[in-house]
Design a protein around this ligand. Structure first.
Ligand SMILES: *Cc1c(COP(=O)(O)O)cnc(C)c1O
Length: 481
C-alpha cells in the first residue's frame, strides 16, 4: 500500500480553504515565518478517505473479533464514550487555556471533569486523592515511586530498596530501578506472595513493596492483611499495581486494605481502547500521608463551587506531564463511571472474573494450568505438554491467527514455560467464549495429529512467519508492500 505522501499529485486538493482576511505575514514577525512551504500530501478528499479506511482494515482490532490478550485488557469500549470525548466543547479546547490570565473562567467544564474524575477514582479505590497527570501505566508507577521517595526524604528516612516479587508485572522492577532504588526480587510461593518470604527480605532499608494484584498469574494475593502488617511495622510503603482494575473494581478498595499508592490504567479498564499505541492514562492515587507530594498543578474546588488550578504546592514532586495528561481519556473514564454506577462497576468485575474462570474450566482438559485454582480476570496455561509433538506456544498462537483471532499473550509471565495467557474480559458473551474454546481445542487436536500443519501456520494470511531477528536487524522500510 502506498503512503499518503506517495499518492500526492501536484495541485490536487481535498479542500478549498476560504481566503483569510489576514495572512500569517500580516500577523507574525518575519523571523517566525517558515521559509519553505510545509511538505503536505496533495490529494483529493476521496483519496484521504480511501487511504485511511484501507489502513484501518489492515489492523486487527476489537471491532473485528475476539482479542483474548492477557495482561492487557483489550475489550469492547462503549462507543458512547467516544461521543462524550469528541464533544466540541472538550475536543477543541486548547490544553493551555486554563493557565492563561482569565482562562479559568473559560475552562470550568474541563476543570470539573478533571476534579470529578479524580474524586470518583478516589472513591472507588478508597484512596485519599488522585492525580490524573501520568500518561501510561508505567508512568503512573514512576510517579508513585517518586512519591514514595519524596515521602521518605521528607521524613528523613534513609531507604534505598524496593521489593518486587517475581509475579509482579515487568514494569514494576523497571520503575523502581528508574527511580533510583535497588530492586530486591523475591520468589512467590504457590503462585502468590508469601508473608514469611517477604518477612525475610524486610529490613530498615526497604522503602516499599511494589505488588501487582491480581498478579501476572491472574491470582489474587490472598495474604494481603499479613503482608500489609509486616510492611507497616518496618515503615515501608505499599504500592499496588492496579493496571487490571477490572478484576476488583466495585468489590475491593485498595485504600481500605492499607495501600499507600495505586495506579490504574484507564486505557485498560475505563472505556478507552488499549493497544495500537493510542493515548493512555495511568492516574495515581495515594493515602493521606502522601497527598502533599502529589504532582502539581492540581485542580481544586473553591468555596464558591468553581474550579481552579493550584500550583503553590511546596512539597509536590512537580509536574510529571505537559498540560494535564490525556484529557480525552478522563472524559471517557468519567462517562464510564457515571453510566455504570457503583453497582455496574462491580458487575463488570464479576463478569471479567466469571468469564476467565469459565474459559479456564473449559480448557483445563487440553492445556496444563500450572496454578489451577479460581483466578481473577485472566489465567495462565502452559503448552509444554505439546513439545513432545514439536509444537510450541508460538505455533498455537499462529494457528489462532489463521482462524481470525488475535493471539493470547505468549511467553509471559516468564515463570511459566511455554506459556499462554488468556484474558477474555467482561464484555464477551458465552457464545464467543465457546466458539474460541472449540477452535482452540481443535487446534490442539491438530497439534497431536498433524503437528507440521501447526508449525507452518499461518498459510492463508497476507504475511506468513517472519524471521523476527532479521526483521529487527535488517529493517527495510518501503512505501509499497
Ligand atoms: C499494562 C500493565 C502495565 C503497564 O501499563 P502501560 O500503560 O503499558 O505502561 C503495568 N502493570 C500491569 C499489571 C499491566 O497489566
Amino acid at each position: 500500500m502506498k503512503t499518503i505522501f506517495a499518492q500526492s499529485s501536484s495541485g490536487r486538493k481535498g479542500v478549498i480553504p476560504a481566503k483569510p482576511e489576514r495572512t500569517a505575514e500580516d500577523m507574525l514577525p518575519k523571523y517566525l515565518l517558515r521559509r519553505t512551504p510545509p511538505r503536505m500530501p496533495q490529494v483529493s478528499e476521496l483519496d484521504v478517505v480511501r487511504h485511511f479506511t484501507a489502513l484501518s482494515r489492515k489492523n486487527y482490532n476489537i471491532d473485528n473479533n475476539f482479542y483474548p490478550l492477557g495482561s492487557c485488557t483489550m475489550k469492547y469500549n462503549p462507543k458512547f464514550m467516544e461521543y462524550a470525548a469528541s464533544l466540541p466543547g472538550f475536543a477543541l479546547m486548547h490544553p493551555l487555556l486554563a493557565q492563561q490570565p482569565g482562562g479559568e473562567s473559560m475552562t470550568q467544564g474541563s476543570l470539573e471533569v478533571i476534579h470529578e474524575t479524580e474524586r470518583l477514582l478516589a472513591e472507588v479505590t478508597g484512596m485519599a486523592a488522585f492525580s490524573l497527570q501520568p500518561m501510561a501505566g508505567a508512568q503512573g508507577e514512576l510517579t508513585g515511586a517518586l512519591l514514595i521517595a519524596a515521602y521518605h526524604k521528607h521524613k528523613g528516612n534513609k531507604k534505598s530498596k524496593i521489593i518486587c516479587p517475581d509475579s509482579a508485572h515487568g514494569t514494576n522492577p523497571a520503575t523502581a530501578a528508574l527511580a533510583g532504588y535497588e530492586v530486591i526480587n523475591i520468589a512467590s510461593k504457590d503462585g502468590v506472595l508469601d508473608p514469611q518470604i517477604l518477612g525475610n527480605a524486610l529490613d530498615d532499608s526497604v522503602a516499599a513493596l511494589m505488588m501487582t494484584c491480581p498478579n501476572t498469574l491472574g491470582l489474587f494475593e490472598k495474604h494481603l492483611p499479613e503482608l500489609v502488617e509486616k510492611l507497616r511495622a518496618s515503615d515501608a510503603l505499599l504500592y499496588y499495581d492496579g493496571a487490571n482494575f477490572n478484576a476488583i473494581m466495585g468489590r475491593m478498595r485498595v485504600g481500605d486494605v492499607g495501600f499507600d499508592v495505586v495506579h490504574l490504567n484507564l486505557h485498560k479498564t475505563m472505556g478507552t481502547p488499549h493497544g495500537g499505541g493510542g493515548p493512555g492514562s495511568g492516574p495515581v492515587g495515594v493515602s493521606e500521608r502522601l497527598v502533599p507530594f502529589l504532582p502539581g498543578p492540581c485542580v481544586y474546588k473553591k468555596t464558591d463551587g468553581s474550579f481552579a488550578l493550584q500550583d503553590n504546592l511546596p512539597l509536590s514532586i512537580g509536574r510529571v506531564t505537559p498540560f494535564y495528561g490525556h484529557f480525552g481519556v478522563f472524559i471517557k473514564a468519567l462517562a464510564y463511571m457515571l453510566r455504570l454506577g457503583g453497582h455496574g462497576l462491580a458487575r463488570a468485575s464479576d463478569f471479567a472474573v466469571l468469564n476467565a474462570n469459565y474459559m479456564r474450566k473449559r480448557l483445563e482438559r487440553v492445556l496444563e494450568i500450572p496454578y489451577n485454582e479460581i483466578c481473577m480476570h485472566e489465567f495462565v496455561a502452559s503448552a509444554s505438554a505439546y513439545e513432545t509433538h514439536g509444537v510450541k506456544a508460538l505455533d498455537i498462537a499462529k494457528a489462532l491467527l489463521e482462524r481470525g483471532y488475535h493471539a493470547p499473550t505468549v511467553y509471559f509471565p516468564l515463570i511459566i514455560k511455554e506459556c499462554l495467557m488468556f484474558e477474555p474480559t467482561e464484555t464477551e458473551n458465552k457464545a464467543t467464549l465457546d466458539k474460541f474454546c472449540d477452535d482452540l481445542i481443535e487446534i490442539l487436536e491438530q497439534a497431536e495429529k498433524n503437528p507440521e500443519n501447526l508449525r507452518a501456520a499461518p498459510v492463508n494470511l497476507p504475511v506468513r512467519r517472519l524471521d523476527e531477528t532479521k526483521a529487527a536487524r535488517e529493517m527495510v522500510l518501503v512505501d509499497e508492500v
